[in-house]
Design a protein around this ligand. Structure first.
Ligand code: ATP
Length: 476
């Protein structure tokens, strides 16, 4: 019932929202300005309003690392909760795990990450073909700066521009225990999938799971990206939300389609992302990860262009097969109904939460003109907004208004949690500030409230105001 009040208001909003020009008691919105959203707009808003800060900024930052501020962590938590709900809570046969970031390094040997990621490489930026950077440069060197210099202006064997060289092994390395030698080397996981495969048998057994079933995980992953860029799009530490679905091999095609569709629907229906900002991208054979037999990414229209947001991959029995071989543990599945023993195939759904947050912010960001003034507004789905309500006394130097406002604030906070107290500056400024952080409703307590217990509720998207009894709001 928590959403009840919101639903009523959402209906009210819907009824008022069909026109591109809306006359309201606050002003006339003349639609979205023609300006394309730039990444700098988002970076600046994120910093200005406490979503995302440069990590260790006072020391000059560290490339590829970002800290999430009060609003950023709130939104990320909501994204995670939504994903978890759709993936795990609402499902009958998907189970959650939370694996350690550091695992036995043999896991990454078996997965192909250690052996596969060891050379400096460059990519043909047109057809995606990969080359040893040292071979193309004609030197025996692993020095990326040197290789970059030598390759400047050079083209690939197909005559196309080359990417910056990068070490193929992007795993971050550390040592476990007091001795730092080759026997104590370990890696920060480059993807969360690893501990899902190593726990496949534990989950199957403890949950008495039968195929098909999935294992889901949200957690940090680390990649030593050669050139982190585009704000939180390509970073060295990020959070992934992944689900590996274990199936009978003959069902791979339809299961793959099912999880592709899931990703698209989640972005559109649960996060409210506009479909025109999404497109499919099918991996060509030379683009695919070493483990994938098929891969479809959903691209989102980031300010720097359409780029990967969410991948669906058919990993076949690559991982279970390798882990079975390297660990010596039996990982095959025995189907009691058919009396068959086989290695399950895996369809993987994998999305980065920092990219998801960036996509949601970009999709929601608008600059609009109201009566000749520009306002920045985040038209977020209310369930995803950092704050659901902002509560203000009309004047902060009138104790009777403040007291009543505090009462409404406490009641709303008790019910919804994410409610903000805002008594800074005049009401117009408060509205602008709340628009910028996507707060769907601003509740103002004024002198009339003291007489008839009604408050003003101002809608973020239409800027319309409505008088509602305070009890009704709190009741929801
Ligand atoms: P890319 O081609 O962009 O490097 P990828 O194909 O290597 O990504 P996957 O290994 O499929 O990515 O990882 C799954 C998801 O994790 C991606 O769809 C993306 O959302 C996210 N992701 C991967 N690398 C990064 C990164 N460096 N920073 C932020 N998110 C990332």
């Amino acid at each position: 019932m928590q959403y009840h009040f919101y639903v009523n208001f959402a209906n009210w909003v819907m009824q008022h929202c069909h026109h591109s020009v809306i006359n309201s008691s606050r002003g006339t919105i003349t639609g979205n300005m023609a300006k394309e959203t730039k990444l700098e707009d988002i970076v600046s808003l994120a910093k200005r309003r406490g979503f995302i800060f440069q990590a260790s900024e006072i020391y000059g930052g560290l490339a590829g690392f970002w800290d999430y501020g009060p609003l950023g962590v709130e939104m990320t938590n909501k994204l995670k909760a939504e994903w978890w709900k759709a993936m795990v809570t609402e499902s009958d046969n998907i189970f959650g795990v939370d694996g350690a970031i550091i695992q036995n390094p043999k896991l990454w040997e078996a997965s192909g990450h250690v052996a596969g990621f060891t050379d400096p490489m460059v990519e043909d930026t047109v057809n995606g073909k990969r080359y040893r950077a040292d071979h193309l440069a004609g030197v025996d060197s692993n020095d990326l700066k040197e290789l970059s210099g030598l390759l400047e202006g050079k083209v690939s064997p197909d005559g196309n521009p080359l990417s910056e060289p990068r070490v193929f092994n992007m795993m971050m390395q550390t040592w476990v225990g007091p001795v730092q030698d080759s026997s104590s080397i370990a890696y920060l996981r480059p993807e969360t999938a690893g501990s899902i495969f190593t726990n496949y048998e534990n989950v199957r057994e403890t949950m008495r799971a039968k195929l098909p079933f999935g294992v889901a995980q949200i957690g940090k992953a680390f990649r030593n990206e050669i050139s982190p860029r585009d704000f939180i799009f390509r970073v060295r530490e990020f959070e992934q939300a992944e689900m590996q679905y274990f199936i009978r091999p003959e069902t791979q095609k339809e299961t793959y389609e099912q999880w592709r569709q899931f990703a698209w629907n989640f972005l559109v229906e649960r996060l409210g992302i506009a479909e025109e900002n999404l497109q499919w991208h099918e991996h060509e054979e030379n683009e695919r990860a070493h483990y994938a037999a098929a891969a479809h990414d959903i691209y989102f229209k980031f300010p720097q262009g359409f780029k990967e947001l969410w991948g669906t991959h058919n990993r076949t029995d690559f991982d279970l097969g390798n882990h079975q071989r390297v660990s010596g543990r039996e990982l095959s599945y025995f189907d009691e109904a058919t009396r068959e023993r086989f290695l399950p195939y895996v369809i993987e759904s994998s999305v980065g939460l920092s990219r998801m947050l960036l996509a949601v912010l970009v999709d929601a960001y608008r600059e609009e003109e109201i009566n000749g003034d520009t306002r920045v507004v985040l038209k977020l789905k209310p369930e995803l907004a950092p704050y659901r309500f902002a509560v203000s006394p009309l004047l902060k130097n009138k104790p009777e208004l403040v007291e009543k406002a505090r009462e409404v604030y406490s009641a709303l906070k008790k019910k919804y949690g994410n409610v903000m107290w805002d008594d800074n500056g005049n009401i117009g400024k408060r509205y602008r500030r709340q628009d910028e952080i996507g707060t769907p409703y601003c509740v103002v307590i004024d002198f009339q409230t003291l007489e008839d217990d009604t408050v003003t509720v101002r809608d973020r998207d239409t800027t319309e105001q409505k008088r509602v009894s305070s009890a009704e709001i709190v009741k929801g």
